[in-house]
Design a protein around this ligand. Structure first.
Ligand SMILES: Cc1ncc(COP(=O)(O)O)c(C=O)c1O
Length: 383
């Protein structure tokens, strides 16, 4: 690393340089291997060096990388078709990140309020612990005060406790344009929606003409054992921001939306230069092909159950072991930061989440022996 660094110091980075990866393993500059149970924050769903992904990226890079959204991009059409087929009837707008996908949903919510409801819906609704990104619209619906306060003023948003039906019933009124919800809160501590909570939310939103934004940036693309996590709650959202796993490591975001939402975005109202370029969509198509299958969903459920059972043995003192599929959190009585560092020294990558939670989100291709290995290393790390 050059000294002094010319990078903005907005991240607390570990002094570790990963230079290559294979399967579910990363290797640092000294050749040390690490089993990766975090996948670059739930991004590298197909792991590293996946032959189909590598081949598709190389082929597309050689053909054409970028053309701009002034032109027809077949790869976008194909990927949109795959995403809609696996989720709900509607259309897709491509962008580059999770925050942009939520930003798109925010703009649709404003159009819904202003054009359809004559400005009578000035407020958004979100949940304590909810995380939707760092740009100004997405930040407005993100609850963490440390992220928000320095950037005030933000757009109006009400926050209520997650999984609290009484609070939900009181908060959803005709003044609300849209409600933002993660079917499993990721950053907030890997907290799944309680049974029936999202169904009640959908019912109230229908009654008060409120759009439901199911933020599946972290939970989507089979991470939770169904193609999209909200499918386990038996609801259909109006908008579904996606990113993270969608490109298997290539930056791409998407906002899937119902026809009535898509109709609001007339030409010129929203756009992005890079969003859904041929390279990103070529990667997304491989991820969609590999992850949106019943076989992958069954595998994720099985590996997730194995992981939770193993973690319960390793951490008998855990306050909770939560999650769905391969998005798993272990809530400990104390700050897990030293454990996370020790695990890394022992060759295992896991991540943090709020409320003293260790977050695990390994590649979806992780094997049963590797799940045992994760638990074995964590057992040593806590010893
Ligand atoms: C649920 C959710 N929404 C949005 C985002 C923001 O995504 P990005 O960091 O790609 O902007 C994240 C990132 O962690 C997320 O977990």
């Amino acid at each position: 690393m050059p000294t002094p660094s010319h990078l903005v110091q907005n991240y607390r980075r570990a002094a570790i340089r990963f230079v290559r990866g294979q399967g579910s393993r990363l290797y640092d500059a000294d050749g040390k291997g690490y089993l990766d149970a975090f996948a670059g924050v739930a991004v590298s769903s197909l792991g590293y060096g996946h032959p189909k992904l590598v081949e598709a990226i190389a082929r597309q890079a050689a053909a054409v990388t970028h053309v701009s959204n002034y032109y027809t991009i077949d790869q976008q059409e194909e990927l949109a078709t795959a995403l809609v087929a696996a989720s709900f009837p509607g259309r897709v707008l491509f962008c580059n990140s999770g925050t942009e996908a939520n930003e798109c949903a925010f703009k649709v919510a404003r159009l819904w309020a202003n054009q359809v409801h004559g400005g009578t819906k000035p407020r958004m609704l979100s949940f304590h612990g909810g995380f939707h990104g760092r740009t100004m619209g997405s930040l407005a619906v993100t609850s963490n005060a440390a992220y928000r306060t320095p950037f005030a003023p933000l757009a109006e948003c009400d926050f209520i406790p997650f999984n609290d039906v009484a609070a939900l019933e009181a908060a959803i009124t005709d003044q609300i344009a849209a409600v933002w919800v993660e079917p499993v809160q990721g950053e907030g501590g890997v907290i799944p929606a309680a049974p029936g909570f999202l169904a009640r939310l959908r019912e109230l939103c229908d009654r008060h003409h409120v759009l439901v934004v199911a933020d599946e940036v972290q939970t989507g693309l089979t991470r939770c054992g169904s193609y999209f996590a909200h499918q386990q709650d038996g609801i259909t959202p109006d908008l579904m921001p996606l990113a993270k796993g969608l490109g298997g490591g290539v930056p791409i975001g998407a906002c899937v939306m119902s026809e009535r939402c898509a109709d609001l975005l007339k030409p010129g109202l929203h756009g992005t230069t890079f969003g859904g370029n041929p390279l990103a969509c070529a990667a997304g198509l491989v991820v969609a092909e590999e992850t949106l299958t019943p076989v992958m969903a069954a595998q994720v459920i099985a590996r997730g159950e194995q992981l939770r059972a193993g973690l319960a043995t390793v951490f008998p003192e855990a306050l909770a072991i939560r999650g769905r599929g391969l998005l798993v959190g272990v809530q400990l009585p104390t700050d897990p930061a030293p454990l996370i560092t020790k695990a890394r020294d022992l060759g295992l990558i896991v991540g943090p989440a709020a409320n003293n939670t260790v977050r695990l989100a390994p590649p979806l291709i992780i094997t049963a022996p590797e799940i045992d290995e994760i638990c074995g290393i964590l057992a040593k790390a806590r010893a």
